[in-house]
Design a protein around this ligand. Structure first.
Ligand SMILES: [Zn+2]
Length: 336
């Protein structure tokens, strides 16, 4: 694969930074991460727009080059931090497999280094988000903790000694296909009752549509509203999601002894409606290990790009000067 768009020797600005990129299922988030804990000019590019112009991988690399060229004059991009979904070999910088974006064995690290001439670190989106929550967010002060991201899918990260555990080939830390309900709904992996089929935001919507016979588009936030209104089908589906989370998380707690569990993703935006019964059920199921704190994630949908910034700053050897994150206002015209 060749990438004719090469951008070398960029930036003679004053403040070192990294270009942080979070490639997601529907959008690429881009920002400049600085040593004093800021994300400058965060913006989002629709994956559909990148695909519309041709090959997705080539498009991602080109957008990275364009973003480097468009860096504000006071920033000097020294590196790139890139996080992607799916199975990722972080050591080799390879995106092994992404079902949602449809790739296998893409050497992102090599491609981006060749195109930019800059050091690059490639990471897993959920693990990097967990790293950011530990650095700046809800898990500050913890070194042993579990991150659960309940979004379109279900992502998780086991943070051990302050570092997300990735297993021997990059798949470690995933709880999505742990069976939480025997004979539960069929999963795309072929099993039944996987946690992702019960407790992701999409699953809650799907289970509610099945249970209620509701037709038409509905969101997880709407299901949450119906739980508050006492809709029996919504309450049943919500309870099922909470039970599934508590069963799987209690197994983690009993075996791994974390001091905190941080819950993010769209479903966690319902706040206490999810986290209060989850905490209560978790605590009744944990007998030997200490009960961990349970917190909502603090960085929201930006966790991945914050994590990419951390990886990129590390790749350039840039020390963070202040551990306080801040977002500068989004740029009105998307330059890259
Ligand atoms: Zn499954």
């Amino acid at each position: 694969m060749d990438f004719p768009h090469v951008c070398l020797g960029i930036g003679d600005g004053m403040q070192p930074c990294t270009l942080a990129i979070d490639v997601g299922g529907s959008a690429i988030k881009v920002a400049y991460g600085t040593a004093d804990g800021r994300l400058e000019e965060p913006r989002s590019i629709a994956i559909a727009d990148v695909r519309a112009r041709g090959d997705l991988i080539r498009g991602i690399v080109e957008r990275i080059c364009l973003a480097l060229e468009a860096a504000p004059p006071h920033l000097d991009a020294k590196s790139v931090g890139l996080v992607v979904p799916g199975n990722v070999d972080e050591v080799a910088g390879i995106g092994r497999h992404s079902i949602i974006l449809g790739w296998r064995d893409i050497p992102f690290g090599q491609l981006v280094t060749e195109a930019t001439g800059l050091p690059v670190r490639v990471g897993h989106d959920v693990s990097a988000g967990a790293l950011a929550e530990g650095w700046w967010g809800a898990a500050r002060g913890h070194t042993e903790w579990l991150f659960l991201a309940l979004g379109t899918g279900l992502g998780s990260a086991f943070v051990l000694g302050g570092v997300p555990y990735r297993g021997f080939n990059g798949y470690g830390g995933e709880l999505s296909h742990v069976v939480a309900l025997r004979d539960g709904p069929r999963c795309r992996c072929g099993k039944r009752g996987c946690l992702e089929m019960l407790a992701s935001a999409s699953a809650v919507v799907d289970r509610y549509v099945e249970a209620s016979g509701t037709s038409g588009p509905i969101t997880a936030a709407e299901v949450a509203r119906r739980v508050r209104d006492g809709d029996p089908a919504a309450v049943e589906v919500w309870d099922q999601a909470v039970r599934a989370l508590a069963v799987v998380a209690s197994g983690y707690v009993e075996s791994m002894n974390p001091s905190a569990i941080v819950v993010g993703g769209g479903l966690a935006e319902s706040g206490g409606l999810l986290l209060d019964p989850f905490r209560e059920q978790l605590y009744t199921q944990v007998h030997f290990a200490d009960r961990p704190e349970v917190h909502p994630a603090a960085l929201g949908a930006s966790a991945g790009v914050w994590g990419a910034a951390l990886l990129g700053l590390g790749a350039a050897g840039i020390q963070l000067s202040t551990p306080t994150p801040a977002l500068s206002p989004a740029r009105s015209s998307a330059g890259a």
